[in-house]
Ligand binder design. Structure first.
Ligand code: ATP
Length: 363
């Protein structure tokens, strides 16, 4: 039976996190009656300010609430002057990623008519791609595992890279399934696996596993390409890509490269997805330079909420949620294309609340 009610764990966090979060939940509130679904938003503490207040950046109760909810909406966390006792940054999002095994980092980037990105070529208006980053192994396996070798001048630092069959298979399957869903919505249905198989044993293994998994998706087109060539082609002709899947470190770098195509940090949504849980957050940070001014662009947070609707729609076979996702997207396309609002980061003077209201009214 179709579920009519969804509980959402809301972690607004620090800086502009709470500002963009309230814009996203307002838009979702406006959607409820239109699609005949109800969202219950429960707000939980976490982040740098909460660390200052309580000594705990991610309380156990917040993590438990994330597990109990249908999905997690996450603002942004961390403040420049707040550090843990060992000097490291307060980044609870990394802890949540590991605790909930959110292995797929999903970063979609698309152009919006009316908002000019940095590329002069008119085909940049057609950019619509998704990068899927493996979140749990690859070169990031080396985190806290590197070691020093030799003495004096011969000293060297070694960081190992780990690629497992299981870890690679599940991220490739995720990307292939995503391409299939996108194809059903009229997108090309093409997956590019990004590696460096000409140099590294680990990457040759990645390519082999990708090709094995891809053979089970005859309805899709796919190719494998070296990361250096992909970096070049992403700048030269980004409009030719659909879904990319890659190792953790390559994904870290390429996801920032593609974020630039949108023309502003406030336009880049993201999701961290596992088999059981999923978290949706804008790709940007807490932006302390503009926090409290009411000028943050809430679009990345709202588009992250759109990704949440699509994920819930798939998980619960609830097409009303997917309809809601398209309605928000269409409304956002319209308000930018018609110049109803123009975010500060694009040289306009529409604040957070004004953009939220325009998108909500457009529903
Ligand atoms: P982090 O390390 O958490 O990514 P950061 O300071 O490096 O933090 P952001 O917080 O994303 O990165 O900010 C980078 C720049 O982008 C800042 O100038 C900020 O004001 C701007 N920015 C980020 N998000 C938005 C937004 N939603 N709307 C407008 N400007 C934004």
């Amino acid at each position: 039976m179709t579920q009519k009610y969804y509980s959402i764990a809301v972690l607004p966090g620090d800086g502009i996190g709470p500002e963009v979060m309230s814009a996203a939940t307002e838009v979702l509130n406006g959607l409820q009656s239109r699609i005949g679904r109800r969202f219950e938003f429960n707000v939980y503490p976490a982040g740098a300010q909460h660390y200052l207040d309580s000594g705990d950046a991610l309380p156990e109760a917040t993590l438990d609430a994330c597990k109990a909810a249908d999905a997690i909406l996450f603002g942004s966390m961390g403040l420049p002057h707040v550090r843990a006792k060992d000097g490291t940054e307060i980044i609870p999002q990394l802890d949540i990623r590991f605790a909930l095994d959110l292995y797929a980092g999903v970063r979609p980037i698309r152009s919006f008519a009316g908002l000019k990105g940095p590329l002069a070529d008119p085909r940049a208006a057609q950019i619509d791609l998704v990068l899927v980053r493996e979140n749990t192994e690859g070169l990031f396996f080396a985190r806290n595992r590197g070691h020093m070798e030799g003495h004096g001048d011969a000293e060297a630092a070694i960081d190992p890279m780990k690629i497992t069959r299981g870890g690679t298979a599940r991220i490739c399957d995720f990307a292939l399934n995503l391409a299939r869903q996108r194809k059903a919505r009229g997108k090309p249905g093409h997956v590019t696996s990004v590696d460096k198989a000409n140099v590294f044993l680990s990457m040759a293994f990645w390519r082999k596993v990708f090709e094995e998994r891809a053979s089970a998706f005859p309805d899709l087109s796919k190719d494998s390409a070296y990361v250096d060539a992909v970096a070049l082609n992403l700048v030269m002709r980004p409009w030719t890509f659909d879904v990319l899947v890659t190792e953790n470190m390559f994904g870290d770098i390429l996801s920032d490269l593609i974020a630039a195509f949108a023309g502003g940090m406030g336009m880049a949504p993201s999701a961290d997805i596992g088999d059981k849980y999923a978290l949706f957050q804008p790709a940007h940070g807490t932006a302390p330079d503009i926090a409290g001014k009411g000028i943050a662009n809430p679009s990345a947070m709202i588009l992250s909420a759109v990704m949440m609707l699509d994920w819930l729609a798939e998980k619960h076979s609830d097409t009303a949620l997917a309809d809601g996702a398209r309605a928000i997207e269409t409304s956002m396309e319209r308000v930018f294309a018609q110049g109803v609002v123009r975010p500060h980061e694009f040289g306009g003077n529409s604040g957070t609340a004004e953009i939220m209201r325009a998108v909500a009214e457009g529903l």
